[in-house]
Design a binder for this molecule. Sequence first.
Ligand code: ZN
Length: 237
Amino acid sequence: MNKFLVFIFLISFFPQSTLAAQSWYYPVSDFSGRQSLKSFGQYFERKDYVGKEDIFPNQFLGYHAGIDLEASPSELNQPVPVYAVSSGQIIYSGFMSGYGGLILQKLEGDNLVALYGHLQQSGLPKLGSQVAAGSRLAFLGSAFSADTAGERKHLHFGIYRGVGSYYKGYETSVSALNLRWLNPSDYLLSQKALDPVRDYSPTPVPTLAPATSVKNSNPLIRLLVRILDFFGLKLSY
Ligand SMILES: [Zn+2]
């Protein structure tokens, strides 16, 4: 009987721990609802910015190496949190020309790095720290401030191949873009990423989750044991 309970204990615990280890999250809540101005791989030249200089004061040219996720008008004076898409180590945290506040995070497992740009510089995580998937990393920088390098309030988010630091927001050729960068929307979708606000659940504490399952199962298990005892069967294997 003890072995049987141990077995129930293990199968009730196993799927939860597996799920938690594989969790991916989007870097902001309402990820798809925020994509409107610049998509991955979109090509921009100077004429694209004519008449929009107030929105795009820094007129970068080339193929956009990430996606832009916009703050809504009602969020312009509200803190907008940015979340870790996966667990992994912070390999850059601080000011970077063209971004303002920038974080580079090594993503667990795949030799990929996530780039989060235009962040509020105060309160950024420490270089070298290990962060959990779905945990809050930072807040978006205020519109047209030093934290956004003079840009509107939005997150520039990219995922590139490699393990070192790389900072480009635009590439000058399609081959350079495809060599280095992944389409972050496609990649997160393939990882079944969750919304960091709506779907967030912290990694379950291993000693609590199974105990609840076993306790809930107890009456049924006892009944099963009694039935098997009645027929002279044993649960010793
Ligand atoms: Zn961008």
